[in-house]
Design a protein around this ligand. Structure first.
Ligand code: ADP
Length: 444
């Protein structure tokens, strides 16, 4: 109701009450008394409205607003509007708070609000995982006590927060955290904590990798350089010496070439995210040609290499990558099996999918080495691997090719008795007698 309308009604009420008093006085001749009664009635009406209004304002759930008109109607309408606006504001605020909570909880980083006394006022859910802190309504926690580290205390008190610091998590020493303070408001600070364990691990792997590559390349380069110096110092070398030098230069350059080729292949496998469209790979001719190459590699060692395959099973994948995978495993079996040893190559399928396996009666591998064999440049016996022309990258390539084909590698080995390397491919990669795979090719 508008204010002018309310006052108009109020005026009407006054006019009605006093007109009534005057009309009665016209018959009873008691104008003074009537006016007093009318005023009292008007006064009590207002007291009653005031009481009803007060009770309703105080406890709107229990009391209904009084029946009113005039200024009291306007007051009740006004209070109602204020209440409605307040409720809408509260609802909007709650929604904003909910979505703020939701988004900060979805962050991978822990976020904490620290007050000017260094106490935690607010925190998001990831804080529990990184610091072991839970949200409580009780006493505020001292952030310095949570870290219990002099480095963190120095950082907190320094006031210079331009650079973050690295600390281990107080609840898990394996977790490396990047801790950054951001000052805001009056004396408040936002504490942002990131889990950088994985990044740090990748950095270590990168550094190890560079060191390993340099080490691998240095050996053949040193040998090549040595022979070149001999040639430069003594140009009148005998023919027999020339032959041995050329053979050595050949061996070392082909070693370098193998390392570079394997590195390039690995880097392509690791970085080539845009997967090529898988194609039908005929496994039988591929394995037959690899086994023939293995026989040639064996040479005078005369390994007994057998191939037992189910020719009806083919694969959906990349033939060049699969050739690398299969040949690495078969050639390893030749390289790590003494002369005349047996090597069995199998290609078959069980209910989970196709399996490629190579079993040898070779030197075998001690248990503790098995989990690390697929690491780049990991070798059980360095000199043996080098002698056989190994780059230490073969099984890393195998692992990558398999993961790109959705498969997994299992290794069983007994030291001194032999090993079995098996590649398990998913059913979705199997092509049987020209049938199509069970899943669309692109989904792998
Ligand atoms: P390499 O080029 O040295 O053969 P790989 O990555 O292919 O590198 O293999 C890693 C290591 O695993 C080898 O150095 C060797 O010690 C061990 N290994 C691989 N295959 C066999 C096997 N069939 N029998 C015994 N040891 C093996």
């Amino acid at each position: 109701m508008t204010l002018s309308r309310a006052w108009l009604q109020e005026l009407l009420l006054i006019v009605l009450v006093y007109t009534w008093a005057v009309i009665i006085a016209f018959f009873s001749q008691t104008l003074g008394v009537n006016l007093v009664i009318a005023s009292l009635l008007y006064f009590f009406w207002h007291v009653q409205q005031m009481l009803g209004f007060h009770l309703w304002l105080d406890n709107p759930e229990r009391y209904r607003p009084p029946f009113a008109f005039g200024v009291w109607r306007a007051a009740i309408d006004g209070a109602n509007n204020l209440r409605r606006n307040e409720r809408q504001r509260e609802r909007r605020l709650e929604q904003m708070l909910d979505s703020f909570e939701e988004s900060t909880n979805a962050l991978p980083d822990a976020i904490l609000v620290i007050n000017d006394k260094g106490q935690v006022e607010w925190l998001n859910r990831p804080t529990t995982r990184l610091l072991g802190l839970h949200r409580t309504t009780g006493q505020l926690v001292d952030i310095a006590a949570v870290f219990n580290s002099s480095r963190f205390n120095d950082y907190l008190e320094s006031g210079d927060y331009r650079q973050p610091i690295k600390l281990t998590s107080p609840i898990n020493k394996q977790l490396l955290l990047e801790v950054r303070l951001v000052p805001y408001g009056s004396g408040k600070r936002l504490l942002q904590i990131r889990d950088i364990s994985r990044l740090e691990q990748l950095e270590t792997i990168r550094q190890d990798f560079v060191a390993n590559v340099s080490h691998e390349m240095r050996t053949p380069l040193t040998v090549i350089r040595g022979y070149l110096e001999t040639m430069a110092e003594d140009p009148d070398l005998k023919e027999s010496a020339w032959n041995s030098i050329i053979e050595q230069l050949n061996r070392q350059t082909s070693r370098l070439q193998h390392i570079v080729e394997d590195l390039l292949l690995l880097s392509r496998l690791e970085n080539d995210d845009v997967r090529r469209e898988p194609e039908k790979v005929s496994v039988q001719p591929l394995l037959e040609s690899i086994v023939a190459e293995a026989q040639a590699l064996s040479g005078d060692s005369q390994h007994q290499i057998s191939l037992d395959l189910d020719s009806s099973i083919n694969l959906l994948g990349q033939s060049d990558e699969l050739r690398s995978l299969f040949s690495n495993l078969v050639f390893n079996a030749v390289n790590y099996t003494p002369a005349r040893g047996r090597i069995e190559v199998l290609w078959y399928a069980d209910r989970d999918g196709p399996i490629f396996s190579v079993t040898d009666t070779g030197i075998g591998i001690e248990k503790q080495h098995i989990p690390r064999l697929t690491e780049r440049f990991y070798r059980v016996d360095e000199s043996r691997s080098r002698k056989s022309g190994g780059t230490g990258l073969g099984l890393a390539i195998v692992k990558h090719v398999l993961s790109r084909h959705g498969g997994k590698l299992t290794i069983h080995s007994r030291f001194g008795e032999g090993s079995t390397f098996s590649c398990h491919f998913p059913l979705s990669r199997m092509l049987e007698n020209g049938a199509t795979a069970q899943q669309p090719a692109g989904q792998v």
